[in-house]
Design a protein. Structure first.
Lengths: 721, 79
């Protein structure tokens, strides 16, 4: 109609039906990922050559029904009614086809040509299921093609059936679900209103659309539904309710009554046999064995993200450093060199450094999801998550937050409802991620060196407290967010427990790689831009006076009679001190000075303020920024001169900046503050708007400040510090 | 008094009588095949006591106790 959109074929199906596997088998893995307009749902599609035609195959997110109450659920209907949608492949898991036929029935009712891919026929045969696909095809007036997507069986038959469905044809016989007479009367009153709303849809579809409105509208957040349609539906529902009718029940049970007859006629199961899936479940959901295995699996994921990714991250950092050195050697010293080295290359490094953890986490989650264990994880831990208003599926993202919030935020995609996903996404950056650890180590090494509390070293107690605090605050934040910012019914837990299956390594890899690519492009752009901005903030303006002073000092060193090595050392020290003074002179440095009055009550001075600004790039950058501020040069958390400089730092009144009390205040601040632009970028990407990352940054910063204030002021009142 | 899914001993077959879980959730359950007249049994309780796992129409579905309590059933035959 409007633009010349290429013809598309949708591929739809229940969750866990093997839809993605079939999509990848048909597309050969060469898919592109976009976004559905207005919702943060990936739109994965691929080009398919069918005879002489070129068709876009669109992978629609898994669903049990076309009925919708949220924009995310609505996108399936929207895609279905797009004028360039020519046909639908509906994937049905043959092993659960008694329930799985509801969706294709709905699709066929809607009038669009449908091909049903009856998947996992091998597994169905193993549980003794026999299906008469010829008779099914007759009853549904649409071809049922047995396939085994993982083994690429039945694909040719599927494609030729699809090709046949794409041919123009006379309005054929359709399965005729018998709805009660009263319902037909209701539909008759609704059809004219729907017709006025959608004059462009074929008349034959208006009745089906009216049916969809009756079932979907009310208590919904659907977009683009005109008020008169809503009014008409609500009138019909109200008068039906008055007469004790339940419209939802009437519609759904009429469909299932039709389905039950069709299923009885076309399939038989040879005795209910205890499958091995059931036997595995006896162990994996056992009160003792189940929880133990759960703990081991979760610890394994955590350990892999935390420690296993470390060598890869180190390699990427080394590589970034190498590239920076190369660029510094090629380009003449100056602003351009600084921009390339500290802005662009550092920015790209800041993006690709997340790649190992993202790939690992998505391989793990893909394995858990495709094997069926993720549903059991939610089943086992839901009781705990329910207490704070989270879904059982929030557990894996929260746990991943201990390693890094960036992949963890991306992992919230496994949570179905948007509201539940947002609560999880906004709470989990409070988990103490691995980038906070170097800061704890620096602080502990500076203020608690060698001290002990009873049997334990003070540093160990401080570290342990930070991790405990982070878990408590995260859960509390989720509970509070659920009651205030994102109010609504607690997440319901209606979850299919799919049969256990061995996932295909190829599919896991394709999906993880796709996720990574989307991150690199979308979030990566934001991270790169922010790195460059931050570099500029901490580099400009430069003071000509400082440069001149140091140029003079350098000249003096060069003219002095000391040895070459001591000259080099003196020059290096001068460089470091000049960098420190220039930093103090920059916008960021001045800003650090300006906010010192705000930082004093929580025990910090302007130098720590500049460190905090620099740490927005990534928390651990706090340490290297401090290294520059104190004129030490490159420093890590074990750096002795930096620790000494921190111990020697004094406020204007001569009191030491770093005391055990201000140290704890600093750790609490870094624990709670959203000092991470990459988290901001990925929350922007995953929530679909700037509103949520801005909110996240604000609430975490306020929370961090208030907590540090309570620690520092409270501590002083109690006589510490 | 009506019997709910929670009153069913593990493994006992029953027929769904009514579902009263609010419109959205009831609709969801019904579309997933849990309808008045559907045969169902409770196969398992999660290690921490909640949720529970049901078996119906040859597949497994888990729901929380709070919802299960609002699904009325008619027990059928022996275990």
């Amino acid at each position: 109609m409007s633009k010349e959109a290429s013809p598309q074929v949708l591929i739809v199906g229940n969750p866990n039906c093997g839809k993605s596997t079939l999509f990848n088998a048909l597309s050969g893995g060469g898919a592109h990922v976009g976004n559905y307009p207005g919702v943060t749902v990936d739109r994965t599609s691929a080009t398919l050559h069918l005879g002489s035609e070129q068709i876009e195959l669109v992978d629609v997110p898994g669903m049990y029904s076309l009925t919708a109450s949220s924009p995310e659920e609505q996108l399936a209907v929207d895609a279905l009614t797009e004028s360039n949608t020519r046909a639908v492949i509906c994937v049905v898991d043959a092993t659960t086809f008694e329930r799985g036929l509801y969706l294709p029935l709905q699709l066929i009712e809607s009038g669009v040509p449908v091909v049903i891919a009856l998947n996992m026929m091998d597994a169905a045969a193993r549980i003794g299921l026999r299906v008469d696909t010829e008779r099914l095809s007759e009853l549904f007036a649409s071809p049922f093609i047995p396939v085994v997507a993982t083994k690429r069986r039945g694909l040719d038959e599927l494609l030729s059936a699809l090709e046949a469905q794409l041919q123009p044809r006379a309005e054929g016989l359709k399965p005729k679900v018998a709805y009660p007479a009263e319902l037909e009367a209701d539909l008759a009153t609704l059809v004219p209103v729907v017709t006025k709303w959608r004059p462009e849809t074929p008349a034959s579809q208006h009745r089906v659309f009216a049916l969809w409105c009756l079932l979907s509208l009310g208590e919904d957040s659907l977009r683009g539904v005109p008020d008169d349609v809503r009014q008409a539906v609500s009138n019909i529902r109200a008068s039906a309710a008055d007469r004790g009718r339940n419209l939802d029940l009437e519609i759904i049970s009429s469909r299932y009554a039709w389905l039950d007859r069709a299923i009885a006629e076309t399939s038989s199961v040879r005795g209910p046999k205890l499958g091995w899936s059931e036997r595995i479940d006896r162990v994996l959901t056992h009160p003792i064995a189940g929880i133990s295995i759960f703990a081991v699996v979760m610890f394994g994921i955590f350990e892999a993200l935390f420690a296993g990714a470390e060598p890869l991250i180190a390699a990427i950092e080394t590589f970034t450093g190498f590239m920076q050195a190369q660029a510094a050697a090629i380009l003449p010293a100056g602003v351009l060199q600084d921009l390339v080295v500290q802005g662009i290359i550092a920015g790209v490094g800041n993006v690709i450094v997340f790649a190992p953890q993202i790939l690992m986490l998505f391989l793990f989650i893909g394995f858990l999801e495709d094997s069926g264990y993720l549903a059991r994880v939610a089943f086992v831990i839901d009781r705990v998550m329910k207490g704070v208003g989270l879904h059982g599926k929030a557990f894996v993202p929260l746990l991943s937050g201990f390693a890094c919030a960036v992949p963890a935020v991306m992992a919230t995609r496994t949570i179905e409802r948007r509201r539940d996903r947002l609560v999880t996404m906004l709470a989990l950056p409070l988990m103490s991620c691995s980038a906070r650890l170097p800061i704890y180590i620096l602080v502990v090494g500076t203020v608690f060196a060698g001290e002990s509390l009873g049997w334990f070293s003070a540093g160990a107690v401080a570290l342990f407290s930070m991790y405990t605090l982070s878990v408590l605050v995260t859960l509390a934040a989720a509970a509070v967010l659920r009651r205030t910012v994102l109010p609504g019914p607690a997440p319901t837990f209606v979850l299919e427990m799919p049969p256990y299956r061995w996932p295909s390594a190829g599919i896991l890899w394709i999906n993880a790689w796709r996720r990574l690519r989307v991150f690199l492009v979308d979030a990566g752009t934001i991270i790169l831009a922010m790195t460059i901005l931050l570099w500029a903030l901490l580099s400009f303006p430069k003071s000509a006076e400082v440069s001149e002073n140091y140029a003079t000092e350098r000249a003096q060193v060069l003219q002095s009679g000391s040895s070459q090595t001591s000259k080099a050392e003196a020059l290096q020290a001068l460089d470091a001190r000049e960098a420190g003074e220039q930093l103090a002179h920059s916008l960021g440095g001045r800003f650090g000075h300006a906010i010192e009055p705000v930082l004093r009550p929580i025990g910090f001075d302007w130098q720590i303020g500049v460190g905090i600004i620099g740490a927005f790039a990534a928390r651990e950058v706090f340490i290297s920024t401090l290294g520059v501020v104190f004129g030490i040069g490159d420093a890590d958390e074990e750096n002795k001169p930096l620790r000494q400089a921190l111990r020697d730092a004094r406020h204007a009144d001569g009191s030491p900046v770093m005391t055990p009390l201000s140290g704890v205040s600093l750790m609490v601040f870094f624990l709670l503050a959203c000092q991470c632009m990459s988290t901001i970028a990925v929350v922007r990407k995953e929530s679909g708007s700037w509103k949520w990352p801005v909110f996240l940054f604000s609430y975490m910063t306020v929370l961090a400040y208030l907590a540090s204030l309570a620690v520092y002021q409270g501590g002083q009142l109690l006589g510490y510090g | 008094m009506k019997r709910s899914l929670l009153d069913l001993p593990l493994g006992q077959h029953a027929e769904i009588e009514s579902i009263d879980c609010g419109r959205r959730l009831s609709r969801r359950l019904m579309e997933m095949g849990l309808l008045p007249g559907t045969r169902v049994r409770v196969v398992r309780v999660a290690p921490l006591g909640d949720p529970i796992e049901l078996r119906l129409r040859n597949y497994s579905l888990s729901v929380r106790r709070a919802e299960a309590a609002r699904i009325a059933v008619r027990p059928q035959g022996a275990v």
